[in-house]
Design a binder for this molecule. Structure first.
Ligand SMILES: Nc1ncnc2c1ncn2[C@@H]1O[C@H](COP(=O)(O)OP(=O)(O)OP(=O)(O)O)[C@@H](O)[C@H]1O
Ligand SMILES: [Mg+2]
Length: 113
């Protein structure tokens, strides 16, 4: 199992959500967050040397998927959250040790299917 943490532009949330459902990846956690990347929140072409930073509104989406669904999930973000511009966002991928569905106690891969 893999955990995908994707930080995207708020304007892309609806399209990403719809595409994840379409790709049969219906389980997700979504939260509004603030963040900065390489440009430290400044405009796309900003290359200043100031030490300040602006935190921009972003959306964090967390999906835990089977190993076999990982690439499909990444493709959804590439296809629907990227415009090829700075600030489009970033995906972090982690190994997941276990999962437990509280209703049944089901563990592991069965808990996310
Ligand atoms: N290394 C990081 N650690 C934690 N969060 C990050 C990291 N890089 C980016 N983020 C988060 O992702 C958001 C979007 O980052 P962004 O797309 O601007 O990355 P970037 O590395 O600056 O790439 P680009 O040059 O394309 O803008 C940031 O606002 C921040 O919330
Ligand atoms: Mg950036």
């Amino acid at each position: 199992m893999k955990k995908i943490e994707a930080i995207i532009k708020p304007s892309k949330l609806k399209a990403v959500q719809a595409a994840l459902i379409e790709a049969d990846i219906p389980c997700m956690t979504v939260a509004p967050v603030k963040g900065a990347g390489l440009q430290r929140g400044y405009s796309e072409i900003y290359r200043g040397t100031e030490k300040s930073m602006i935190l921009l509104n972003k959306i964090l989406i967390i999906c835990v998927v089977s190993d076999e669904n990982l690439e499909k999930c990444i493709k959804v973000f590439m296809d629907h959250a990227s415009e090829g511009k700075t600030g489009d966002g970033k995906i972090f991928i982690y190994d997941v040790q276990d999962a437990i569905r509280l209703r049944t106690g089901t563990r592991g891969i069965e808990a996310i299917r």
